[in-house]
Each structure stands twice: as C-alpha cells, then as structure tokens.
Design a protein around this ligand. Structure first.
Ligand code: ZN
Length: 159
C-alpha cells in the first residue's frame, strides 16, 4: 500500500546538508517508523513521502522552510558561565543539553565572553536546506491504539 494518512511508514534514510555532509542516518539501525499525517516528522519530508510504496527509493531535497524553519535571533540566550558544569568545554560550536520542564533541549554555544556564555536555542538544523535519501521499507495501516496514542507501537514501544 501507499504511504498515506494513518499509516505506519518505515523508512531507511540518510540526511545530508547542502555541503553533502552526512548529518544523520538509519544505516546500521532499525528503520525509522512513523505515523503518517501526525506531525511526527518534518512536514517537507512527510509531504514528499506521501504516495510512495515499499521498495521505492528517492532523493528528497527539502528547503529549510519546510524542515526546521529559519533561525530566530530572539532565541539567543545569555547564561552566566558559572552555571555550566566544569566538564563542559565552553567554546563556540559546542552543543549542550538543557534540562528544563519539558523535553531536554540541545543548545549551541555561539560566543563566550568574560562571565557570560551566549547560547543559541534554535534547532541545530534551523536555516539549513536538507536532502534525504530514503528507501521505503514497509507501509501498513496503523492500529486503533496507535492512532489514539499518536505514535507507533513496535518492538521497542508498546503498552
Ligand atoms: Zn502508545
């Protein structure tokens, strides 16, 4: 069957940036399984996977606007440097994990001043045009429980 809303779609993928650098891949791991039509993956990828069947391969170019959006300068935050644990290297480009109320967030160090570290809370891929090389592994109808929960139940997640 074709990938469409309320299906569980499994794909192998390799994600590269505009320079051809591999950012992420499912190579050597289980395929990524997601619930189509439930905002589980970036919209540009989901739209382009719609209608593909198992066995299909495609190279999908996704502009930043349909991936992680544009970086927002308002998401630059200044944090006193003594708030960082001493094992974190405070240099621009280093990524740190912030544990807040919700999901842990990845922030990137932009600048290190005297006693202040400037962090970028934008998604690390904001502003980047992405390319996904994908292979559709399987498509099946989601179960009623999966639709109710809004996520896939598989070998690693079930109730
Ligand atoms: Zn569940």
């Amino acid at each position: 069957m074709k990938a469409t809303n309320d299906c569980v779609v499994s794909i192998h993928y390799t994600l590269t940036d505009a320079a051809g650098e591999v950012i992420d891949t499912s190579d050597g791991q289980a395929p990524l399984a997601y619930l189509h039509g439930h905002d589980q993956i970036i919209p540009g990828l989901e739209n382009r996977l719609a209608g593909l069947e198992p066995g299909a391969t495609a190279t999908l170019a996704i502009p930043a606007a349909e991936a992680y959006g544009s970086p927002d300068p308002a998401l630059h935050v200044e944090v006193p440097s003594d708030q960082f644990s001493s094992d974190i290297e405070l240099t621009p480009g280093t990524q740190v994990i912030a544990e807040g109320d919700g999901e842990p967030a990845v922030l990137t160090i932009l600048e290190v001043r005297d006693r202040v570290v400037v962090l970028d809370a934008n998604h690390p891929l904001a502003g980047k045009d992405l390319t996904f090389d994908v292979e559709v592994i399987s498509v099946r109808r989601a179960t009623a429980a999966e639709l109710k929960h809004g996520h896939v139940h598989d070998g690693t997640h079930g109730h």
